[in-house]
Ligand binder design. Structure first.
Ligand code: AMP
Length: 425
């Protein structure tokens, strides 16, 4: 019996990979403009890293981690998200000592969560994320949001919505927490078992429950915005005023709480409103995590970041019907007739490629007509035709596949002629 691909994973085949490369390029180019630098961390980390920092009460840690024991009896986990590892690396490599603060980083790589697979939800997915660590200036919150909106807009997305909230600082959260406990406690028996255990450990997460979201107590739950102290409120107002100055549209949703434990102050999500995008509409999520660096043994420096998955980014592009020009189009297909000419094209095609021309030849011993068909399929701009007679005279015919025009050129001049023709297209 043959072995199939594991559930919740996918092969990204040629034809689709180009789309990935296209959006990866947009995202990385924009990160460079905003002066974010790439960081690559391991695919697996010590399980503790996520347990302690993503949070014991989160779905990720409770139900979704791919955890295994290695041959040295260590508990390791395939990373379910990027922030914990980036912050670990920030602390371990003493990046807080870098004179350039904040440290601005981006990453792009696979993450793993044992979730129920459905459209837009995979067990292995690729997250592109950004972290700015070392500044508590509301302008950096606005910058991070501007950056991700810039990525989406450059890719052509229009039907997207930015939703923000503030989770406040520790004092605000403590006051809000108390109010939440008082609100839910008398009727907690009507909620799911997850919510019952959240009441003690992290009542904010009740607001994020999918099962109980229609319960009447959800709608009347105390809003975090009413518990923000002066510092938190001013901070949030400043973030909003910067966003307005940058002409970035947003709405404030006081019920937005993120699924991970480490967030405070600014929290946000970006949704797609495109018809046909599917039931899961969140494209991107992120927020501020002051306290995470010190929790991991570093100095008390603040941070903010976001992550989105490439899979949902591409799904949104598709749902909005955005198309782009494929860049890797073939410049020249070299067709040949006869054994000698065929041998000659081995080196000829090699020389064209070395000169930067996208070139291809036949490897199937096809007749001339079939070679032209292959060139058509590959969308070749030009076909260079080499027969026995041309070879004897050191010449080759170049056909422009758009206009049908043919030109005979000296073999020694083929590269130069093609370079000019390709440039002119
Ligand atoms: P989170 O780390 O859960 O806040 O998720 C951040 C972003 O990662 C989401 O907005 C999605 O774009 C993406 N994401 C999270 N989980 C998955 C998944 N299972 N499959 C695909 N994308 C995901």
């Amino acid at each position: 019996m043959s072995v199939n691909i594991p559930r919740g994973t996918q092969d990204i085949l040629p034809g689709t990979v180009e789309k990935w490369q296209h959006i990866e390029k947009i995202a990385t180019d924009i990160c460079r403009n905003y002066q974010y630098k790439e960081i690559r961390t391991p695919i697996f980390e010590h399980t503790e890293l996520f347990q302690r920092n993503v949070g014991d009460t989160t779905d990720i840690v409770q139900k979704e981690m791919y955890t295994f024991t290695d041959r040295g009896d260590r508990s390791l986990t395939l990373r379910p998200e990027g922030t914990a590892a980036v912050v670990r690396s920030f602390v371990e490599n003493k990046m807080f000592g870098d004179p350039n603060q904040p440290v601005k980083l981006y990453y792009n790589g696979p993450m793993f969560r044992y979730e129920r697979p459905q459209s837009g939800r995979y067990r292995q997915f690729v997250q592109f994320g950004v972290e700015a660590i070392g500044s508590e200036d509301p302008a950096i919150d606005a910058e991070v949001l501007a950056l991700v909106m810039d990525i989406y807009q450059t890719a052509g997305l229009q039907k997207i919505e930015l939703v923000i909230n503030s989770l406040g600082d520790t004092d605000s959260r403590t006051a809000h927490r108390e109010a939440l406990v008082n609100h839910f406690q008398p009727r907690i028996g009507e909620f799911c078992t997850d919510c019952q255990s959240r009441l003690e450990k992290n009542p904010l997460r009740i607001l994020d429950c999918k099962k109980d979201r229609d319960h009447e107590l959800m709608k009347s739950a105390p809003s975090i915005l009413d518990f923000l102290n002066d510092y938190s409120r001013t901070y949030f107002e400043k973030v909003q005023s910067y966003l307005t100055a940058l002409e970035i549209e947003f709405t404030v949703d006081p019920t937005l709480v993120r699924g991970l434990d480490y967030y405070n102050h600014t929290a946000f999500e970006i949704m797609s409103n495109a018809e046909g995008f599917g039931a899961i509409t969140t494209l991107c999520g992120g927020g501020r995590y002051n306290g995470l660096v010190s929790q991991m043994g570093g100095p008390d420096v603040p941070g903010i970041g976001f992550a989105f998955s490439m899979e949902r980014f591409l799904a949104a592009i598709e749902a909005e019907g955005i198309e782009w020009q494929e860049e890797n189009r073939l410049d020249c297909f070299v067709a040949s007739l006869g054994e000698e000419a065929k041998d000659y094209t081995v080196k000829l095609v090699h020389d064209l490629r070395k000169a930067g021309i996208k070139a291809e030849r036949d490897y199937q011993n096809r007749k001339m007509k079939a070679q032209f068909k292959a060139a058509d399929r590959l969308k070749a701009r030009f076909v260079a035709i080499l027969g026995e007679d041309e070879l004897k005279e050191n010449k080759i015919n170049v056909k422009d596949m758009e206009t049908g025009e043919q030109q005979e050129v000296a073999l020694a001049e083929l590269t130069e002629t093609l370079l000019k023709k390709v440039e002119a297209k």
